[in-house]
Design a protein around this ligand. Structure first.
Ligand code: BTN
Length: 255
């Protein structure tokens, strides 16, 4: 896959722009990034704030040849790419909260929204959209305990926050993503990220509550498998939890 980049000072949503150009035949690997989103979209129909020149908003158009049921694995690859990009550019350690929250100092710095268009059980295209808090200094009350930014964390560690650049980060994220995507297209599994992902998994050996629609239960998270499922030990049994079907909460607060 070859990456082609376009930048907008302001746009409604980079995910929406990818959808528009996908419909007119744009090529796989097209990346749209923006300095500001006026209608940024988060998961579960939430809004995602992207005030001017503060955070990174970037989306990629993919036309994967994989089975529909494997598409959600792309979000995990994107999470891995963000973690590696941040660590390669800045002196920060990242952790991953399964399935796709990237944490620094146990707080979220990034959100990922993957959307798919499929017809007759065939994937037409996929959009992976990534938002990273880069220069953010203030969060709304309800996010203050849960969210942070690269600048805030570098500052906390006494490091130079003038170093952060949305452009460098954008480039590094998609370079890391591309490397894994090319392998994933052949294997359709997550073997290529498994060790690096599990090394950063914040849920590991922690109690989690699995909100399974068939009945919630508590267990200890053991790690992710190559299918992207979280393995949870409960009542002497290892259960594989699929991110599309159930959600997992830490027992003690956010993590
Ligand atoms: C989440 O709710 O955690 C996911 C947030 C995803 C936000 C990004 S910003 C770039 C792309 N464009 C959007 O409108 N949303 C995603």
């Amino acid at each position: 896959m070859e990456i082609r980049r376009q930048y907008f000072e302001t746009i409604d949503s980079t995910n929406l722009e990818i959808k528009r150009i996908a419909a007119t035949g744009a090529l796989e690997g097209t990346v749209i990034s923006a300095g500001e989103q006026t209608a940024g979209r988060g998961r579960s129909g939430h809004q995602w704030e992207t005030p001017k020149d503060v955070s990174l908003a970037t989306s990629i158009l993919l036309r994967p040849t994989v089975k529909i049921e494997h598409v959600s694995r792309l979000t995990l690859i994107a999470a891995m790419a963000v973690a590696e990009a941040v660590e390669s550019l800045y002196d920060l350690e990242t952790e991953i909260k399964w399935p796709n929250d990237i944490l620094v100092n146990r707080k979220k710095i990034c959100g990922i929204l993957t959307e798919m268009d499929a017809r007759e059980n065939q994937v037409q295209y996929v959009v992976v959209g990534i938002g990273v808090n880069v220069h953010t200094r203030e969060f709304p009350e309800e996010l203050r305990e849960k969210a942070t930014s690269l600048d805030l964390e570098l500052e906390r560690l006494g490091m130079d926050r003038a170093k952060t650049s949305r452009r460098d980060l954008d480039e590094a994220i998609w370079n890391h993503f591309q490397k894994y995507y090319d392998v994933f297209q052949r294997t359709e599994d997550l073997q290529c990220i498994l060790d690096a992902y599990n090394k950063r998994l914040v849920n590991r050996e922690r109690e989690v509550r699995v909100l399974d629609p068939l009945g919630a239960y508590t267990g200890v998270a053991k790690g992710m498998n190559e299918r992207g499922e979280l393995l949870v030990e409960t009542a002497g049994q290892l259960r594989a939890v699929d991110s599309g079907e159930v959600s997992v909460r830490g027992i003690y607060g956010y993590v």
